[in-house]
Design a protein around this ligand. Structure first.
Ligand code: KG4
Ligand code: ZN
Length: 348
């Protein structure tokens, strides 16, 4: 079975062609990042994002099909990101996918963006066992999910304010380091002293295991040593500062994840989303889960950030699991959200 995946939720336009049954593999991936367009604004400008998706999406699809060696007539299913994301950007992908599907009489299915970040881990690791805990850390989300099975998902903890990727981007922007901040800080901290500066973990007054990151952001941009001063990225003290900041943020993510692991005893832990590309995060989680009997899955960098292979991968699973849904009826409001139970109370 051949599936065409389309992702356009934020600032990447991506199209992939995958094969599932009998083989399970990615045949083609085309991705166009809009980072250079948004860099001068220090963040994603929604209007620019949707216009650019609109300009490149058809050519990317042609190129993905060419790369895959599969013709449009051989495609059995089109899967697209239907949310959450920027409205105009999502609409561009949805309209394009529906038009293509309608004209060529191909079923079309909408998938949830965050669930597809979890699914990304399965592209390279089909053996992952349930139940699992998945930490999705991106520019828009910081959520811990418990999945009894693929379509039985509970939100365990989520951020009450900023997402972790968002504060990395904002701190880098504040210090004039560039955009997006996550990869820039990842390069900058290396060789720095992770213990030189102290940052304290945020605490939830109601005792829940939810996340909070706005305090981290404020602590970083109001720090007496650096606030209101022009910093030089190669200043060794600033390097120590960034190393200490990242170290504390990722220790906090690890602490929350371990608390949830103790509560639910999963067989597997997945960490996914753009921030899971970070080298310090990967090192910390890898060390923490060796010899625990719980398998940790971190994807290759290209499947951590937004991509269309993960959309196609989840689209296939949804199609197989729920064959009686009207798949020409992909909607903006997230269909797969029906699989979420928003009750984390038993994990507190
Ligand atoms: O998953 P993603 O591509 O898009 C969203 O769904 O948000 O994640 C983008 C986020 C940005 O905040 C970016 O700064 C962060 O992932 N990011 C990183 C790294 N690469 C991307 N954060 C830390 N270290 C990295 N190497
Ligand atoms: Zn994403």
């Amino acid at each position: 079975m051949y599936i065409l995946g389309i992702e356009s939720s934020c600032d990447e336009t991506a199209v992939a062609v995958i094969e599932r049954e009998p083989q399970h593999r990615v045949l083609a991936e085309q991705i166009k990042s809009q980072v250079p367009l948004h860099a001068k604004y220090g963040g994603v400008v929604p209007e620019i994002a949707s216009r650019n998706h609109y300009e490149v999406i058809d050519q990317l699809t042609i190129e993905a099909l060419k790369e895959s060696g599969i013709t449009l007539h051989q495609i059995n299913l089109i899967a697209l990101t239907q949310g959450p994301g920027l409205l105009g950007s999502l609409l561009t992908g949805l309209s394009f996918a529906k038009g293509l599907a309608f004209k060529n009489k191909i079923p079309v299915i909408g998938v949830d963006h965050i669930l597809s970040h979890i699914e990304a881990a399965f592209i390279e690791n089909r053996e992952i066992e349930y139940p699992l805990l998945a930490l999705v850390v991106s520019g828009g989300h910081t959520t811990l999910f418990y999945q009894k099975s693929r379509f039985d998902t509970t939100v365990v903890s989520k951020t009450r304010d900023d997402a972790v990727g968002e504060i990395l981007d904002k701190v880098a922007k504040y210090y004039g380091l560039g955009y997006p901040g996550g990869p820039i800080l990842d390069r900058l901290y290396k060789g720095g002293d992770t213990r030189r500066f102290r940052f304290t973990y945020p605490k939830m007054s109601d005792g829940s295991n939810d996340f909070s990151f706005s305090g981290y952001k404020t602590a970083a941009i109001r720090h007496p040593e650096f606030a209101n001063r022009e910093v030089k990225p190669d200043d060794p003290l600033f390097k120590d500062f960034i190393a200490s900041f990242l170290n504390s943020v990722f220790d906090y993510l690890l602490y929350k994840t371990r608390t949830a692991v103790e509560a639910v005893q999963p067989k597997s832990v997945i960490v996914s989303g753009g921030v899971s590309r970070n080298s310090l995060l990967r090192e910390k989680f890898s060390n923490a889960f060796t010899e625990t009997g719980i398998k940790l899955y971190l994807s290759s960098p290209r499947y951590c950030t937004d991509n269309a292979a993960m959309v196609a991968w989840l689209g296939y699973e949804q199609y197989i699991q729920f064959p009686n849904v009207d798949y020409f009826d992909a909607q903006m409001n997230s269909y797969s959200r029906a699989f979420f139970k928003n009750d984390g109370s038993k994990f507190r």
